[in-house]
Design a binder for this molecule. Sequence first.
Ligand code: B12
Ligand code: SF4
Length: 549
Amino acid sequence: METHEKGSRARILLSSVFGPYAQDDEFGSRSINPMELYHNQVTRAQGSFSLRMFHRSWGIMMIQANISAPCSVLDFPTRKAFARELTKNHYDVVGISSIIVNVGKVREMCRMVRELSPDSVIVVGGHVAAIPDVEAMIDADHIVRGEGISWMRRYLGEDEHAPIRHPAIVSGLQTRIMGIRLPQRKGGTAATIIPSVGCPMGCNFCTTSAFFGGKGKFVNFYETGDELFDVMCGIESELKVHSFFVMDENFLLHRTRAMRLLERMKEAGKSWELSVFASANAIRKYTMLELVELGVSWVWMGLESPKSSYGKLQGTDIGQLTRELREHGIRVQGSTIIGLEHHTPDNIAQEIESAVGYQTDFHQFMLYTPVPGTPLYQEMADQGRLLTDIDPADIHGQYKFNFRHAAISREDSKRFLDWAFWRDFERNGPSLYRMCQTMLQGWQRYKDYPDPRVRERFTREVKKLSSAYNAALWVMEREFKKVNRSVSERIHKLRREVEKEFPVAARLTAASLGPILLWSTRREENRLAKGRTYEPPTFVERRNWVSAS
Ligand code: B12
Ligand code: SF4
């Protein structure tokens, strides 16, 4: 492979695509597609109760931390900030990270680099590279498919097999709910940790699995529980966190690594909390006690229809699994696909009702979407079913089908999707309420558990429930009367239970903080009705930096 002539002396800029994001524009921003995980695809129908936060672009942060060249990361720039950075500092290499929806922005950024920094080499990486003829759509010198750390190290003539250095990453930023921005104190937010990329299960629609090798393949940054433990200890002391957002598509699938991590956590008395992604078949490899002792407090799990044929769900009673996890204090984030091959206008409502009936804490709905690089895309292309005149900016699973479905029209796909989100909210209430329910169940079950690490974790969690969250329950109970009286009554019952468990603290906070939260919730509702959106701030971070002479 060609290497850069300056090797590790080359000056590198790594940038995410420019914002603002939550607005409709000619570069591919869409108001329906904000840079917010929950509000974009999970709690978007929950109004002022929607959980809102931003997440940094971890791919480029990982690359920056693992090369010795002078390197700047520019995250969430405006077009102006990107132009300023290009002209203020001379860069030998400009790396742009993007997913497919943002290809229009990559095109514009490449154009800007050619104009403002004509000597720079342009490298484009991330999922956008999976578009089959992307070379013809953008003016880049290198388009990198798959894992980028090893590519960049090779390109700079560095050792691609050197151990992976994990940067200390605060997982979420500017968290906001019920009209209040939560204070951002050190250690208050989980740290992101990325043990691997890809997933060997190879579900036909899965873009992350396909991008890192497909069925049977994935890339481990940390092979063993020991390595992972050491990395987590480092981040724990740097960020003062107990909580980790484990960004691995199927963390629990790698049981040996997870169980070794648990051994090390026990030896060192670590009372950590882990939020993980895992498929049902992987969760089933553990007893509930193993999960609880490992600190698993939140699981993101695919809940495709029982009539689908995905191996990860085989032999699992999803309703029972979800209930059991929640009874053990593990919050469940379900993910359901709308528009699978067997869905029809006659059965889709029933399929959505059963998904909603699992009563998860959070529920993501996504349209079945053939995305370039996946087996599903190839299959649809071979069958001539892809719709060819759709702007890539509109292919993100939250708008309309990008293929001809056997029974459901493109217009109806959006109606069913929107209805699923609404139905989940209407039947189950705000996710914040459901989380409170799970937290209380966990606390009641484990408050006297013999392992002090586990007790400590539940005590930490329940502190929020016995204070601010109880005030939030008071507000939700009042506000939800307008949406669904029976859910409001369930919220009331839960609040009473919390107050029985913590008579002084819970009542006092409901009485003092409740009215303020009610006011901020209503103010937020008004703002949202007037079209208020939120954007992440711009970050510039430099490493191994020397100013250009
Ligand atoms: C965090 C995240 C977000 C964050 C934002 C992150 C950001 N700052 O852009 C939020 C929550 C806001 C978000 C939003 C969306 N996301 Co998102 N997101 C993720 C998630 C969960 C993690 C990304 C990550 O950090 N991975 C770990 C890092 C290490 O991997 P990586 O980013 O792929 O980077 C590696 C390589 O790709 C490569 N690389 C990356 N950049 C570069 C740059 C260069 C120069 C080089 C050489 C290499 C390189 O090297 C890296 C190290 O190996 C992924 C799923 C996943 N497991 O990856 C989805 C994912 C990236 N998101 C996706 C989508 C579709 C969206 C949304 C459209 C929402 C939706 N409907 O699903 C919106 C788009 C918002 C917008 N307006 O742009 C898809 C992308 C699909 C595709 N093929 O394009 C993914 C893959 C999820 C999925 N399975 O569908 N997302
Ligand atoms: S189990 Fe989940 S992450 Fe793995 S391939 Fe299937 S959809 Fe993708």
